[in-house]
Design a protein around this ligand. Structure first.
Ligand code: GLU
Length: 510
């Protein structure tokens, strides 16, 4: 049996310049868990004045795709998580797409074989299954039993003559593995639980088990932050680092690892990539602000330290960076709460000034076909006047689109919500609309058409003269002119809509 070496490779020191990374696989739509990992790694790098590497792990041609790759870049840019090295920006350790680094992995695998640190294994799937079942039945660990560790070259040749294609397995040194997790503290995996594992498939395809630590080593990554779901691969990666030091791959140190807590969704089940609330692009479409979403993602396992006993959960990235101590990350599962996420976003909407709010709203109005691209000067003026009316009332930008539709929609495309029409524009409602029309016709030609004159006229006609309660008085007018019971404040809305359009809509409702 090849002797297991016992490496004495040091773990990276606390004073080493930090290099952190985010290295997703481009499968499917970018999801919330990914963004949380990216954010924490990014904040960690920035907190320590270090470098942030963005690498793409696309070695599985059957699952990875270009569209998903582009979406990942798009989402990282939208979130504003910039990287110092990586795809598109380049850097000294490129290329940063694993699909372009296949020769690197082939070389490392070969060197591991040559050094006797890995070996070819010829077991068929059925043989492996049989032995696993037997091990389970006997109460032994069911991982690989090492049967092909020490095949002679004759035995190997005989398997090859049978037409078997070998996988390459890394030979785990027989020892326990302990590391000091940045989030969870010391963790030990017993030797019996970490068996020899496959690093290259029979078809020659290198696996995550090899490519990820190889690149982390070659790119000088000092701190690996990632989801708890990968915790079990860490002892294997540490073993590989020890092997790398022997064959001269990397920089001769083992990185620190930190495993971020699970994110739980509905019903206290782990949030899955496939859950609708996982889909990051959905957040952008619904009008989340990147700063709002990032703030909420930061709260999935972390919080700003309280100041004088005061907790604060609304903060910006600029505030997060200096405060981001990894030791504050809570190892317990975090709960994803969509309502809270929306509320946090609403608070960030409130933090924008009106001009900035208009900038953020414009693409959503454009997507709804309500303003031109680029927005015209007239539309911009209307938006600037209208934005303050929705500023306090929305959590998501798309809510503003719904509220402001009445203002931007072409007159022939204006319509009234049918449920609201049924409720508000019955006989009684139309009577109110008729009175409002008469009152409003009287203003605006010689007097000014303004919020104050509109309010004055409607109060006299509907509240004083008809004796209606304000809610009953203004509901029908609101539905007739804005198309919905949910709109910005009525008098301001009518002022912005203008006299002609307001009166036309009241007439049409009759
Ligand atoms: N490509 C891996 C993933 O997306 C990276 C895991 C890691 O950070 O090591 O799960």
């Amino acid at each position: 049996m090849t002797e297991s070496f016992t490496g004495t490779v040091p773990t990276v020191g606390d004073d080493a310049p930090v290099v952190a990374r985010f290295c997703p696989s481009p499968t499917g739509n970018p999801h919330v868990g990914m963004a949380r990992t990216a954010l924490f790694s990014w904040a960690f790098a920035r907190h320590h004045g270090g470098r942030f590497v963005f690498r793409i792990e696309d070695t599985d041609a059957s699952r990875d795709n270009q569209e998903s790759y582009e979406l990942l870049l798009d989402v990282m840019r939208w979130l504003g998580l910039d990287w110092d090295e990586g795809v598109e920006v380049g850097g000294p350790n490129g290329p940063y797409r694993q699909s372009e680094r296949m020769d690197v992995y082939a070389d490392v695998a070969q060197r591991l074989l040559d050094a006797g640190l890995a070996y070819k294994a010829y077991d068929t799937a059925e043989e492996l299954q049989e032995r696993r079942d037997a091990a389970r039945a006997a109460g032994r660990p069911s991982g690989y039993d090492g049967l092909h560790r020490d095949l002679t070259s004759e035995q190997q040749a005989a398997y090859e003559a049978e037409g078997r294609q070998p996988v390459i397995r890394f030979m785990m040194p027989a020892k326990d593995w302990t590391f000091d997790d940045l989030v969870r503290g010391p963790i030990t995996f017993g030797a019996e639980n970490v068996q020899d594992f496959v690093i290259v498939r029979a078809n020659g395809q290198p696996l995550y088990t090899l490519t990820n630590p190889t690149d982390d080593a070659l790119m000088g990554i000092t701190h690996v932050l990632r989801g708890e779901d990968i915790l079990s691969s860490t002892p294997r990666q540490i073993a590989l680092y020890e092997a790398f030091a022997q064959i001269g791959v990397g920089q001769g140190f083992i990185p620190r690892f930190g495993h971020l807590p699970y994110v739980m969704g509905q019903g206290n089940k782990k949030l899955s990539k496939r859950d609708p609330e996982s889909n990051l692009l959905g957040y952008r479409e619904q009008g989340f602000l990147p700063e709002g979403l990032l703030n909420y993602l930061a709260l999935l396992g972390w919080s700003l330290p309280s100041v004088d006993g005061v907790e604060r959960d609304i903060f910006t990235l600029a505030e997060m960076v200096p405060a981001f101590e990894i030791s504050r990350v809570n190892p317990n599962p975090a709960r994803f709460d969509l309502k809270k996420c929306e509320a946090v976003n609403g608070d960030h909407v409130r933090l924008l000034d009106v001009d900035e709010l208009c900038v953020r709203l414009a693409p959503h109005l454009q997507a709804a076909g309500l303003v031109h691209e680029p927005i015209t000067a007239d539309e911009h003026a209307t938006l600037t006047a209208a934005a303050p009316l929705v500023h306090e009332r929305i959590s998501l930008l798309t809510e503003a689109v719904a509220m402001l539709r009445f203002l931007f929609v072409d007159e022939d495309a204006f319509s009234i919500d049918e449920t609201d029409r049924a409720k508000q524009l019955d006989d009684k409602g139309r009577q109110v609309v008729g009175a409002a029309l008469a009152a409003l016709e009287a203003i605006g030609e010689t007097t000014e058409w303004s919020c104050a004159t509109i309010e004055g006229a409607l109060r006299v006609a509907l509240v004083d003269e008809m004796g209606l309660k304000p809610r009953l008085a203004f509901g029908p007018v609101r539905v007739a002119t804005t198309g919905s019971r949910i709109s910005p404040p009525l008098f301001e809305s009518l002022e912005l809509l203008g006299r002609t359009r307001s009166l036309d809509r009241l007439r049409a409702a009759l």
